[in-house]
Design a protein around this ligand. Sequence first.
Ligand code: SF4
Length: 358
Amino acid sequence: MQPLHLLGLSRAELTEFVESLDEPAYRARQIFAGLQQRRLHSFAEMTDLPKELRAKLSEHSEVSTLTLESRYLSTDGTRRYLFRTHDKMPVETVFIPEERRDTICFSSQSGCPLQCTFCLTAQLGLLRNLTAGEIVEQIIIALNDAYGVSVKPPRGTNLVGMGAGEPFLNFEALLKAIRVMKEPSGLHIVPNRVTISTAGIVPRIRELATIPDRPHLAVSLAAPTDELRNELMPINRKWPLRELLSACKEFEKSLKPNERFTFEYVMLAGVNDSDEQARQLANLLNRHELRAKVNLIPHNPAEPLPYHPSPVERVELFREILESKGVHAFVRKPRGRDILAACGQLAARSTPHLVAIT
Ligand code: SF4
């Protein structure tokens, strides 16, 4: 049996575990701070704990389960990591430094069961759900790699659940990880700094809306009509646009005064980027009177996907049409394209033509 992964435990659960080892509860406080605030990755580094306790802890539990397989550094500073879990499943994480804050894009599953045709991860199929500990560990390793163990990041950290996997198909572990990471005595990344992107798992959108301290929501649309969306995102056959948008409308009631939720729209040349499709998209969102913004994401080409990115002028025109119809739209700047770290490019493959820095 796999030892207990302590990174997936809340303060209360860690206290319970420590007490089950006949140790006083205050030790849990020390261990939690060591793991989540100082981001230590072994019991040996927890020198504030007695040696015997460290030995006892390593007998029953572990703090590091992901093995770094490769790490790539983009010319724009983005870093992509490919890890393996204890059972050799691939996990990818992307660290994106920005002027005022850093963003870490984490994976919620190894592979993905959904079959979006513009995404490389889809080709892996679902390998397995990640545990809460494996989700938290991705963030800890990325922060340590960027700033060093125990060093407080100089900027705030935003998290986006947009790596491999459909986060809403691993809902419990996802919410657990978010709860663990918000602890003030740990990583202290509050849900307001977290955005979860879904391909449109309707019941979970409704459920997320009922959670008081919830992360932000982004919904990947990719098409303005059911006909095209069925083709690009087959999950649409289960929950078509009408159902998806009415769940979004429902979700809107849970938005805070300045909060908007986001629709992601990947721009595929000649497939979903015409003027007519921009008008259809604006009409669709306006019909549902949604307080949302649209992020236009230039497609990131990756062999063997059959798509090309829309030209820059096309994307701009598409954006202008949306704006002219009252829909706020932005163009997302691709990051880490040269290291295959951009949206839709995560394929869990080591890329020998790129220079790995470990
Ligand atoms: S786009 Fe997201 S939901 Fe769709 S296949 Fe890729 S990882 Fe899965």
